[in-house]
Design a protein around this ligand. Structure first.
Ligand SMILES: NC(=O)c1ccc[n+]([C@@H]2O[C@H](COP(=O)([O-])OP(=O)(O)OC[C@H]3O[C@@H](n4cnc5c(N)ncnc54)[C@H](OP(=O)(O)O)[C@@H]3O)[C@@H](O)[C@H]2O)c1
Length: 219
């Protein structure tokens, strides 16, 4: 299929993104570890793919992606499984996905990363959070150095508030919250803007319609 391959397809952002893309006419394959996680999206036109970043090697993941033109990586260990799982999923998993995309001949790769200032105002960020930030940063560096047509999206702290469709997005914006709905909407706009590449975009909830905010980032 042509279209978008979402890694983390059943996650908070990924499961919102698939139906938006499908409604816009894109082919969408969403990967999750258990097939039943993707059943709710099937009716929206999303093709479920079962896959585990830990169990697959790059060639196996590449085979699942073959035929797509864009990868969105929105997977993450979410703090479960300790530092080793953060390294394995958010870190090594991203590197494996980059290698897999190259193997499948896919040029465009969108990564949901993290806002560098996240939780910096708190009195004592713990070691686990510092490790998470380090792994995410290393993943950003790896993708930026990949030679692919990449976009790194750095959302502020994610919420499950209903999406407003309005955001603040740019190379550097003040730290804040952003709803997963709005992140998915921004990702869909980036998918629909193929000329927007090799950019790091910070995003929070804001006042600008997502399409306008993303359009303003195109040189
Ligand atoms: N929380 C925040 O405030 C925040 C802020 C900025 C950025 N982020 C980042 O934004 C991204 C998306 O966030 P989110 O809320 O959508 O996260 P989420 O709901 O935890 O979704 C992450 C997805 O990754 C999947 N995953 C974990 N291990 C996997 C593996 N081995 N193979 C395949 N898939 C695997 C999970 O699958 P299961 O459902 O099977 O567990 C889950 O569906 C994450 O990378 C997160 O680190 C988070």
């Amino acid at each position: 299929m042509t279209g978008v391959f979402i890694i983390g397809g059943a996650g908070g952002v990924g499961r919102r993104l698939g139906p938006i893309l499908a409604a816009g006419g894109k082919g969408v394959a969403a990967m999750a570890r258990r097939p039943e996680q993707l059943e709710p999206q099937r009716a929206s036109g999303v093709t479920p793919v079962t896959g585990d970043l830990l169990g697959l090697d790059a060639a196996g993941l590449s085979a699942l992606m073959t035929g797509c033109d864009t990868v969105v990586f929105s997977a993450g260990a979410g703090g479960k499984g300790g530092p080793e799982m953060t390294r394995a999923v958010d870190g090594d998993g991203l590197e494996k996905a980059v290698s897999a995309a190259k193997g499948a001949g896919i040029r465009r790769f969108l990564l949901v990363s993290v806002f560098p200032d996240a939780l910096r105002g708190q009195p004592a960020p713990n070691d686990r959070f510092e490790l998470y930030m380090q792994v995410k940063r290393k993943a950003d560096v790896h993708l930026a150095d990949s030679g692919l047509d990449w976009v790194i999206l750095r959302p502020g702290t994610l919420t499950d508030q209903p999406g407003t469709g309005k955001v603040r997005a740019g190379a550097a914006v003040p730290y804040g919250e952003v709803s997963r709905d709005n992140v998915a909407t921004v990702l869909a706009e980036i998918v629909a803007t193929p000329g927007l590449n090799r950019r790091i975009i910070e995003v929070t909830d804001g006042d600008t319609p997502a399409a306008q905010a993303v359009g303003a980032l195109v040189n």
